[in-house]
Write a protein that binds this ligand. Sequence first.
Ligand SMILES: [Mn+2]
Length: 424
Amino acid sequence: MQLEKSIIDDANHKQQAAHQRRFDFVAADIKDLDIILKKLGNFQIAIPSWALGTGGTRFGRFSGGGEPRSLEEKIEDVGLIHALNKSSNSISLHIPWDIPDNATSVKALAAQLGLHFDAVNSNTFQDQSSQQHSYKYGSLHHVDKAVRKQAVEHNIEVINYGIELHSKALSLWLSDGSNFPGQLNMRGAFERTLKSLQEIYEALPADWKLWIEYKPYEPNFYSTTIGDWGQSYLLASKLGNQAQTLVDLGHHLQGANIEQIVSLLLMEGKLAGFHFNDSKYGDDDLTVGSINPYQLFLIFNELVEGMDARGMNHATGIGWMIDASHNIKDPVEDLLQSVEAIKIAYTQALLVDQQALKQAQQQNDVVLAQEILQHAYRTDVRPLLAESRLRAGGALQPLDVYRQQAVRKQLINERGALAVSTGL
Ligand SMILES: [Mn+2]
């Protein structure tokens, strides 16, 4: 289904007076208002194809119904999100869960909804019924050359799908690791991974990137072959300029200073981009900003400062994507909340007085430095986001419109209560 523009316009009309009052209040104190609104309008966050169905845990899955049954329906759901928030103009595909059998028609559908294709994601963390060798003991690091070859060929196949869709990056996360001490020679595993990655790297088109994600544990609980940003950075450095490190917010041990990791990767030109989510205990895949919005703001503060120092375009300089699971929420509502949280943190970071902060740092004025950061963080920037959406033709309050129109109910009527998203 698609949302008519007139429905969004009608809803905006009803909220216009209240919005204007709130917007004028916050806008009065903001320097460079038009520049900030322009940056906000340009800032887009990709939606992964696997996030449109209800997620689950190893204990169970509780679907809310109306899940997209095909790649086409997933693209339509991203179209709904983008029509409402004008901030999610791309979709990131996972192969083999979402194989674009007919690239031409899939591209045409996406274009009709104002969407394009972000990075393509490979999968060597589970066995498919059609494959010859098992990934039980790993893929790119496997001791058996035949298994490594199969995993390399899968990644090259994913690149080829991406080329047809005009993607520009292969995003790769390996579950490779070991469950028990002694199971694996760690240096050997790393060297085999590097060699396999070199073969994939050679198949990359010249204008593509290879994004290497890291994660400390799970599904392996003793060692993970690309377990932290240092290991990813080491691989990316050995591979070459087209390889970079991807930061997934949930892939850190508790207490890790993610903003510092981000700052240094940016300094080295090795930050590929983000998988946004939030967590309390581990790789929880919760709604962005639901647990620790201040950390998200601090990360964006380093991003904005670091990207400006390198003259990078905020919107296109690195990849921005959500990687979350929605176990008890409507996936579309959860994604609307996540995109909003990301853009709130980004806007607050844009409000930081960087010059004053540098001066405070130079003078070791710790109190003032904190005041400068928290002044920006405590500004209610939501009316700025609403204004930016309004100017782009989106909804002042996307979630309200989604609920008023009973979109999920319509999707359940169309697809059924028992529809299961591909890949789940
Ligand atoms: Mn991820």
